[in-house]
Design a protein around this ligand. Sequence first.
Ligand code: GNR
Ligand code: NI
Length: 174
Amino acid sequence: MAIRPILILPDPRLRVACEPVAKVDDSLRKLMDDMVETMHDAPGIGLAASQLGILQRVVVIDLAKKDEPPQPLFFANPEIFWSSEETSIYEEGCLSIPEYYEEVERPGSVRARFLDRDGAPREILAEGLLSTALQHEIDHLNGVLFIDHISKLKRDRVTKKFIKQAKLRESEKA
Ligand code: GNR
Ligand code: NI
């Protein structure tokens, strides 16, 4: 297993729609395990492969608290096929937009189909924080970030800040 670097806004790879996984094989399982290790190290509750620059439809989520044993969930090709009318609001953050948090309203519950770590087809009813996290991660697979769900004023403000920081880091490399 390995911790891999997480891409930061405005990296263009965060804006690409990812390709479906053809099959869940050992090399994909290695990617999934690296994703879990990277997510735990960060730490975060979810990670999409595109955040590591791997443009495939793969997601990991772990909602276990710090004092609990890890409970990683693995999703290849996740697809939401039902969303509740009822919505819920969570304060979201993103490892690709560090230290920025904002409330986002999303469907409170979703049902999704996916392939698990063994490549077996599964369905899940996600509610509460799992629902929000799964929607946040599937957005990543479509090149969508949580800031796309907030006001344009706030989105433009945070985007400008991260563009400025990226330029500064670039100039410091020289
Ligand atoms: O660690 C994370 N926390 C979080 C909190 C509320 C809603 C979504 C998330 S996902 C985020 C990790 C991340 O960036 N996943 O893509
Ligand atoms: Ni994110």
